[in-house]
Design a protein. Structure first.
Length: 190
């Protein structure tokens, strides 16, 4: 490995660690924003090779294991239990758990993130209305996202209508309802 490659790799690690800190301590949920902010704070050029989301997840998990493993483990277990409950409500839409709750890289600011498959956003919205579920709509890069307050826990659930599009980005952790149900209680914490 050349000296330049070594510096570049070290920069990626530093950015991932600082981005993980921003996510954990400041509640930044947008990984891209956290990585760009970390690069700026470290004085690295904007065109510096940024770490992948998986590298940031690994830094978050390491941070969790170092600083407060018991509290973070409890947060992860609670969020995964909530995800199970919400996924059961939306079972007809083939929900897939994604993001921090799927990967285990949670912080106290993490959201349960689900991708659902619906023929159209109107079909899904009609389901929500018929179920008496209040929601807000957001545009997430051309894809509709629904912010839903999930009872009984204080967790916002982001539902992204998949519209049969393949997931964007790298191989992030994804769990189906069946996979999440098969996890043993101790596995819900990892």
């Amino acid at each position: 490995m050349s000296a330049w490659e070594s510096r570049s790799q070290r920069g990626r690690v530093l950015i991932a660690e600082l981005a993980a800190r921003f996510i954990a301590e400041h509640g930044i949920r947008d990984y891209g924003l956290a990585k760009r902010k970390a690069a700026r704070q470290l004085g690295l050029p904007e065109n510096h090779a940024l770490p992948s989301n998986e590298e940031v997840d690994a830094a978050l998990i390491l941070r969790r294991d170092l600083y407060d493993p018991e509290e973070q483990t409890a947060i992860l277990a609670a969020l995964r239990e909530q995800a199970l409950a919400v996924m059961r409500v939306f079972q007809r839409f083939d929900p897939i758990l994604t993001g921090a709750v799927a990967s285990g890289a949670v912080s106290e600011h993490s959201l349960v993130e689900l991708e659902i498959t619906a023929d159209s956003s109107k079909d899904f919205e009609q389901f929500l209305i018929n179920q008496g579920i209040e929601f807000k709509i957001q545009d997430r890069g051309g894809r509709m996202a629904y912010l839903i307050y999930a009872e009984p826990a204080d967790v916002w659930v982001r539902l992204i209508a998949a519209d049969n599009h393949p997931p964007q980005g790298g191989p992030r952790s994804r769990l189906t309802l069946a996979q999440l149900e098969k996890l043993r209680p101790d596995d819900l914490k990892r």
